[in-house]
Ligand binder design. Structure first.
Ligand SMILES: [Zn+2]
Length: 269
């Protein structure tokens, strides 16, 4: 983990104006009419993009982690995030996915409409979809039929075109629990196809396992064991232990009730 001074050395040149997320110092000339709040950071997209392209993993990680603090929503920054989301360094891609997901907290209906237009097969479709999915999962929108349809549409696109994305681990149970049976079936078919085509992809196995756990826990546990066979160092071990524990609790909950039923039935005679 880099020290603050090392992070600042990387981050300060990436900030156009605003607050450094590591040391809280205000950097750069305020060239716009926007008042710089204590938490506002306007990034210099070209410098951020360069940080993400760096061969040094510390530079890359510091660059994307700095965006936890917030980032300006425009096509240029979405393009920068899009490259981070597709980075060969999957840990970096995971951080970028969470940064993009959290960025949705600043969306409103108008901004969401603007992002919908970006879901057109262009270079920023992936971050746009992640944000829209997060937006429509957001509190208070679940019962709205328009949001529900949008959530299903974006979730299915994510499963089809970005099955390795960490965000799918977050929404796995949501797509299983909430959406209609047609959406669930479509999602299942997509996962089945991925599992045939990518049986050794630990990320696909993990995301599929989270999706299947609700309806088919045994299959989910098998997929996670398969992932550990492929890569014993994979971080799926913790998930497997947690899901096994949930499953055991479910079983131990069912067992006494069956026993009680049998006992009551016997006592009737
Ligand atoms: Zn700093």
């Amino acid at each position: 983990m880099p020290r603050t001074a090392q992070r600042c050395e990387i981050t300060h040149s990436q900030i156009l104006f605003g607050v450094c997320p590591w040391c809280d110092v205000i950097i750069g000339q305020v060239r716009s009419q926007i008042r710089v709040s204590k938490t506002h950071t306007q990034w210099y997209p070209k410098a951020v993009a360069e940080g993400i392209r760096s061969d040094d993993p510390t530079v890359r990680e510091t660059t994307v982690s700095g965006l936890w603090h917030g980032w300006q929503l425009d096509d240029e920054m979405l393009g920068v995030l899009s490259n981070a989301l597709r980075h060969r360094d999957r840990s970096l891609a995971d951080t970028a996915a969470m940064v993009t997901w959290l960025g949705a907290s600043r969306l409103d209906d108008v901004k969401a409409e603007m992002l919908e237009i970006r879901c057109d097969g262009g270079p920023i479709e992936l971050p746009a979809r992640i944000m829209l999915l997060a937006f429509h999962i957001g509190a208070g929108t679940r019962s709205d039929p328009k949001s529900s349809a949008a959530r299903a549409r974006h979730a299915l696109w994510m499963i089809e075109y970005a099955p390795q994305c960490d965000v799918l681990g977050l929404i796995g149970s949501i797509t299983t629990d909430v959406e209609d049976s047609g959406t669930r079936e479509a999602a299942k078919e997509l996962w089945d196809r991925h599992l045939i085509q990518l049986p050794h992809d630990v990320r696909v196995l993990k995301n599929a396992a989270i999706f299947f756990f609700h309806d088919d826990p045994d299959r989910a546990l098998r997929l996670l064991r398969q992932a550990i066979e492929v890569d014993p160092e994979a971080d799926t071990k913790f998930l497997l232990n947690s899901l096994e524990e949930i499953q055991n609790r479910r079983c131990s909950f069912t067992a006494p009730s069956v026993f009680d039923y049998w006992k009551d039935w016997k006592l009737d005679f």
